[in-house]
Design a protein around this ligand. Structure first.
Ligand SMILES: [Ca+2]
Ligand SMILES: [Ca+2]
Length: 159
């Protein structure tokens, strides 16, 4: 017995659901949401002005609020990258698969300034199991200011 479960993917944190005789993603498995890269439009769509007064490239940070199994969100903050096509290696937040399926993840892109930061875009995304299986999701952020590629990083394998 258990033939259907022999193909469960350890790399995707799959476990066997014995009742369904199927592989499901372990609800307690810990994934990371990571900003990979973004494409920022040349001008702020709100008023067609440059992101910075001198017309220089925006100084982009990504703020993530991952859902958790409690009411408290888990935050991630990327480093600042000055580019219309910024890319990051940090800024991830961790989330259990069950929390990720139940609640949306909040994402904010900011242009860092001396006084008040410009909000480039901010949105709330309910990721799906299909997103998790595909691992990379390209999000069209609200107000058409940007697109953001995020990675839903599989759990590190225990050794
Ligand atoms: Ca600015
Ligand atoms: Ca700036």
């Amino acid at each position: 017995m258990g033939g259907a479960c022999t193909a469960c993917l350890e790399a995707k944190a799959e476990v066997c659901d014995k009742d369904k005789q199927a592989c499901i993603i372990d609800p307690t498995s810990l994934w990371s949401i990571r900003p990979v890269s973004a494409v920022i439009v040349a001008k702020d769509p709100a008023d067609e002005s440059d992101w910075d007064v001198d017309g220089s490239t925006p100084d982009v940070v990504v703020r993530l609020a991952c859902p958790s199994d409690s009411d408290e969100a888990v935050l991630g903050l990327s480093s600042e990258v000055s580019s219309f096509t910024p890319a990051w290696n940090d800024g991830e937040c961790s989330v259990t698969f069950s929390a990720l399926m139940k609640k949306p993840t909040n994402i904010t892109l900011l242009d860092v300034d001396f006084s008040f930061d410009d909000e480039i875009s901010s949105g709330s995304y309910q990721f799906t199991e299909a997103n998790v299986r595909e691992e990379y999701v390209n999000l069209a952020m609200p107000n058409k200011a940007s697109t953001l590629l995020v990675q839903i990083k599989p759990p590190q394998r225990k050794r």
